[in-house]
Design a protein around this ligand. Sequence first.
Ligand code: VG1
Ligand code: CO
Length: 552
Amino acid sequence: MSALTVPTQPFAGQRPGTSGLRKKVTVFQQPHYLENFVQSLFDILPDADQRAAQTLVLGGDGRFHNRVAVQTILRMAAANGFGRVLVGQGGLLSTPAASAVIRKRAAFGGIILSASHNPGGPDGDFGIKYNIGNGGPAPEKITEAIYQRTTEITAYQTTATADSADLDLDTLGTTTLGGPAGMAVEVIDSVALYADLMQTLFDFEAMRGWFAAGHRMRMDTMCAAGGPYAKAVLEGLLGAPAGTVVNGEPLEDFGGHHPDPNPAHATELIAAMTGAAAPDFGAASDGDADRNMILGRDFVVTPSDSLAVMAAHATKVPGYAAGLKGIARSMPTSCAADAVAKALGIPSHETPTGWKFFGNLLDADRVTLCGEESYGTGSNHVREKDGLWAVLFWLNLLAVTGESVESLVRGHWARFGRHYYSRHDWEGIPTDRADTLMTALRAQLPALAGQSFGALTLETADDFAYTDPVDGSVSTRQGVRLLFAGGARVVFRLSGTGTEGATLRVYLERFEADPARHDLPPQDALADLITLADRVASIRSLSGQAAPTVIT
Ligand code: VG1
Ligand code: CO
């Protein structure tokens, strides 16, 4: 073992964002950069004297630099005295699969290498995050402690020497690496445990029947981590025809695509789902396979509606037949799920953006389903959002109801009303201008409340703060909210996952009860809110941009 003393200070200030630390690959390639973060993490983890008995899970979405980082982390884990690391074969583990492995194998925690939906390749992004023993993203007190530690450490531990050969990550089985305890490196099948879990939740017989009856599906895994999982489950266990999964080979640069399943980036899938000859069901997942997009023929489902429809029909799915304990959504996610919770007589919770805020509610068994407007849906089966799980949930509903995607959603609107919804992203704003915008907006809040803008009356203007009902921790400044009479909303917040400048996200929502008005194009239905958002926040003038870069 060697303890390297290196000048880690230049890399101080690695503050993890919404979903861990994300930077350009070139930043992660700087000597000692990744090491600084990993040693800081190991230093702040509790029960340091128990390391030899602790197991870590390690894997990533397979993007460029994944294998290099896995090698580095294994040697650091060994030198830090960990007893065992479970590594996905080839270094690959989707985020939900990593969560499932941590839980099933009772690991101490896990390190996930992913920048999720951000582009990959040598010029793309890389990322790392830590998940705790419940399988979920580390809470803020841990990420904050990592950050503090990166400002202090001067050395890291590794077993690496100048001539150490790479460990074999491709052959299943266990080998031993040096270090104080002699760490076991167990290369595990990336898919098996996850596929087993799916079979405990869904009606595989009914879904097999759906395919056998000639229904067709297109699942686009965007050349990312989801491919092997989708192929094993859909084409393997469910008998879907070969070719149902497209872009199913994980590539280090995601084939040059942006593995973000939304109408702006999954254009190939949208085109394939258009027209009378399109498959019955379309879906996509992101870089680390935790996000999902759901489509019918000529029909796109918004993530907020998806959560609400799933909740309304949950008891038709075996894993949820006993009903839901509650539903949680992130604050910017539409209120569609709240309407379902009300009808079901169960609690609904509104949390800040980021899956880590669902962890305590799930652990305390207060909620069963969770969702975010950013194409994330999940349940208490793991502690991450789960792309393929959401796709199987919909497939299970299609199979047992005999309905189409479109008829399920239209039926939902007819019963609960439609929550028109859109998110406008303004990417690449110079950070100082984005900060100015948010500061100016916050300063206006007291004066805004009570004002009327045409037909819109602003009832509340505030900055969302959340008190965790389980542990009492408080998170402030989680997004500026303008709440109008009748349920319309505009929310502003800055992204915590971007790597270039700042991204302003503007979330727009309006409720429409009248079924005769459920067919408007969303941008038309939200037009007055879009105008108002720009007027209040001076987005165009402060960003210097004429229009949002991405609209979902
Ligand atoms: C975005 C989404 C958020 C999601 C996060 C991680 O964060 O808005 O809902 O939880 O990405 O998703 P932000 O701070 O950029 O708005 V993923 O697929 O990276 O794990
Ligand atoms: Co993701």
